[in-house]
Design a protein around this ligand. Structure first.
Ligand code: NPG
Length: 367
């Protein structure tokens, strides 16, 4: 395959309600899509970088810049391009995993479309549906939180994840447990604590949580191993796991009993697959994280989550959890599950009429 053209497309997507985490409050997204044409087929990728560098060092404007100036020119020079070689061709550019992941995803979509294969088939997915969990942001009050959780449970979500931060943790978890009983429940701190908070975090042990996600800093892998000895809630890593190497180190150190796999964070779906394989071989539980993706990223995440090692529900909610109008045909829950796409390619493509309404910028960047 050879890239013939690459288009960077920005879409503005308002969220149905503000989504507050310990690092930001999102009310709308400025999403970068990568559209490639090749001599065989076209493909779409989605960049998960947020507008500001508060979750990770990447941000959407930086991702567009590195794609235009460094990543696309490198890939355009390759004449026998495959999705499996994208990471190696882009490796001289340090970091920028979310930008690289978007480009690899677009090439993979084109390759699979040309071959008439779905992403699930390519991965060797073993399930036709995957259980969906939902991530619930930090709220202004406990009654507001309980209303939100009640709504998501009524919609069929099979697991609730509560965002926490100092001042919004034990009380919120306790209220949800008291009201909804023995539902599958987990928490996500997005690096908001330090090891000195261990005695406080230990109070969460009483609530039989599935896991606590990324309580400490991104680079504090050893400290997560220390924390894991001090609390009984299983420790799950998200931000710290930027590659299969990082996952291997975290497992060896005892820093992660569970790993959240996000393709964008680790540089693409192929690296995500390697982390799945590594965790499966080591008996580490994994689940598929979400980054407020449109239907494009959602489709691909659902296919990934259908691999056999994904043994916990993912953050793979329905399109309407975040967006009133998605850029693809909407993903809807069926008995709390998402149906794994079977169409060729990554599993979804943008609907032109909706794109026309939401696009803020389109830019062809190939020579
Ligand atoms: O379901 O797509 C979803 C969102 C799940 O909470 C979620 N994502 O820290 O995991 C996270 C958080 C996030 C969202 C992180 C956007 C970064 C960007």
């Amino acid at each position: 395959m050879k890239l013939t053209d690459v288009e960077l497309v920005r879409v503005a997507m308002p969220l149905v309600s503000p989504f507050r985490t310990s690092f930001s409050t999102q009310t709308a997204r400025d999403i970068l899509l990568v559209h490639v044409t090749t001599d065989d087929a076209e493909g779409w990728g989605e960049c998960v970088a947020l507008s500001e560098p508060y979750y990770s060092p990447e941000y959407v404007g930086g991702a567009a810049d590195v794609l235009e100036r460094f990543l696309v020119p490198r890939l355009s020079a390759v004449t026998d391009l495959t999705a499996e070689t994208v990471a190696e061709v882009l490796a001289p550019v340090r970091g920028h995993r979310m930008a690289k992941a978007a480009l690899e995803m677009a090439v993979l979509d084109a390759q699979l479309t040309a071959a008439g294969a779905s992403l699930g088939q390519y991965f060797g997915a073993t399930r036709a549906t995957v259980p969906a969990g939902v991530s619930v942001g930090i709220m202004d009050s406990i009654p507001e939180l309980l209303d939100a959780v009640a709504g998501y449970l009524a919609e069929g979500y099979l697991r609730i994840k509560l965002k926490i931060e100092p001042g919004w943790d034990v009380e919120a978890v306790s209220a949800v447990r008291e009201r909804f009983g023995d539902i599958p429940l987990q928490v996500d701190a997005n690096t908001a604590y330090t090891l000195a908070d261990a005695p406080h975090l230990r109070r969460l042990d009483d609530f039989d949580l599935l896991l606590i996600e990324q309580p400490l800093g991104e680079e504090d892998i050893r400290q997560h191993a220390e924390l894991a000895k001090l609390i009984s809630t299983p420790v799950c890593l998200d931000e710290s796991i930027v590659s299969a190497e990082a996952a291997a180190d975290a497992i060896a150190l005892g820093a992660a009993q569970v790993i959240n796999i996000k393709p964008g964070r680790v540089g693409g779906y192929l690296e995500a697959r390697r982390i799945h394989d590594l965790c499966r071989a080591n008996g580490i539980a994994v689940w598929c994280g979400g980054m407020l993706e449109t239907g494009l990223g959602r489709a691909a995440n659902i296919a990934l989550a259908a691999l056999p090692g994904f043994n916990l529900p993912g953050d793979i909610s329905a399109s309407d959890r975040f967006y009133a109008t998605d850029i693809t045909a909407p993903f809807v829950l069926v008995d709390g599950h998402q149906v794994v796409p079977t169409v060729p390619g990554i599993g979804a493509s943008p609907l032109p009429d909706i794109m026309d309404e939401l696009v803020t910028e389109r830019r062809w960047i190939t020579s």
